[in-house]
Write a protein that binds this ligand. Structure first.
Ligand SMILES: [Zn+2]
Length: 364
């Protein structure tokens, strides 16, 4: 079983690699390296998903998806004075951007820039209270004009992320950028290494473009036609000051969250009850702590996989994470390691009989 130390190394490697939705190339190569030694089959598809197969007896297919893409920014304009403008990719809170350092992927390598801010000294009181608009923010890369920016290898369409390394805080916790969903990818990689599937074949799918509409998972599920599926992703841990208990969703350190539903009024995933109950049973028999999750906004790859072809019973395992979609996400490594245990236990215990019951169509 993976140790917290080993998991931390995997997570740090993944989360410090830039993989903005649609531009996951660099991370994809790393993911392939991690999975290859353990895979009976390994391939990519035309959108860039990575599909690794570990064979059981071939009596069914279980797909577990984690998304490798992260939210990011795209250079949308370069002005004559050398300042850049940005287009968001994925769901940003504009409050986190001003005052940040960016890593911009240019054609000649990484270029650093900063998201400029008006100093408080010259701000009017009402201006200081305003929420910034991303289209009005600008990036300073230290250039004096447009030519200098272009000489750095930056073009309209270059992608960028907030510069942030992964660091430990406290005894079991880590902070960094894009744990959504690099922690899911890390958990899937370790579960794939450890799994010993019996009746079914294990399809570990590291998807692209989740943050922009669950796109990779949609085409991967079509190709694979799984009998049952899970997504592994982060969920909101709002166990912080100012949030009442009933609105905290999940808490750090209390184990992986087994999803009951997500999306506004159930518009995301209503986890298949049999899949959800199997996860709970695996957690109970293996002594894995867990919490149940109802998330009233946002969803995961499981929502689209569930609608593949004639329908796929699907569930989600979530790693509770604070400050999601900010550069200071925080999670507990014990939850991450327990997520690996839960995924591995789930995959290993699936039988042909259970799959048949799960998929059982009645002809009346
Ligand atoms: Zn995610």
């Amino acid at each position: 079983m993976v140790s917290m130390g080993d998991f931390y190394v995997t997570l740090k490697t993944l989360a410090e690699t830039i993989s903005v939705a649609g531009y996951e190339d660099e991370l994809r190569e790393l993911v392939i390296e991690f999975l290859k030694p353990y895979a009976d089959e390994l391939y990519t598809d035309s959108l860039g998903n990575v599909i690794a197969v570990k064979k059981g007896k071939g009596k069914g297919k279980v797909m577990v998806a984690a998304h490798m893409d992260e939210i990011g920014l795209m250079v949308s304009h370069i002005d004559k004075n050398g300042f850049l403008r940005l287009q968001p990719i994925g769901g940003w809170n504009p409050l986190v951007l001003p005052g940040q350092r960016l890593l911009i992927k240019g054609t000649r390598g990484i270029v650093r820039g900063v998201v400029g801010m008006t100093p408080p000294h010259i701000l009017k009181e009402e201006e200081a209270k305003k929420i910034p608009e991303i289209r009005k923010l600008f990036v300073d890369v230290g250039a004096r004009n447009k030519d200098e920016v272009e000489d750095m290898g930056i073009k309209v369409g270059s992608i960028a992320v907030i510069e942030r390394t992964v660091e430990k805080i406290g005894e079991h916790r880590v902070t960094g950028r894009a744990f959504d969903d690099k922690v899911g990818v890390a958990a899937l990689i370790h579960a794939f290494r450890e799994a010993e599937p019996g009746d079914v074949d294990f399809y570990a799918v590291v998807t692209v473009q989740e943050e922009v509409g669950l796109k990779g998972a949609r085409v991967a599920a079509y190709r694979i036609s799984p009998d049952v599926a899970l997504a592994v992703d982060v969920t909101v841990a709002a166990d912080v000051p100012g949030v009442p208990g009933e609105a905290q969703i999940a808490k750090l350190g209390e184990g992986p969250a087994i999803k009951i539903m997500d999306g506004r009024s159930g518009s995301g995933l209503l986890a298949h009850p049999a899949v959800r109950e199997k996860l709970i049973k695996v957690a109970r028999t293996k002594g894995i702590p867990f919490q149940l999750e109802i998330l009233p906004g946002g969803t995961t790859d499981a929502a689209i996989i569930a609608l593949n072809k004639e329908g796929v019973p699907a569930g989600t395992v979530s790693v509770p994470t604070r400050y999601i979609h900010s550069p200071v996400e925080v999670l507990d490594l014990r939850d991450a390691v327990n997520t690996v245990k839960l995924l591995t236990g789930f995959v290993d215990e699936i039988t042909e009989k259970w799959i048949t019951e799960l998929r059982g169509m009645r002809i009346l």
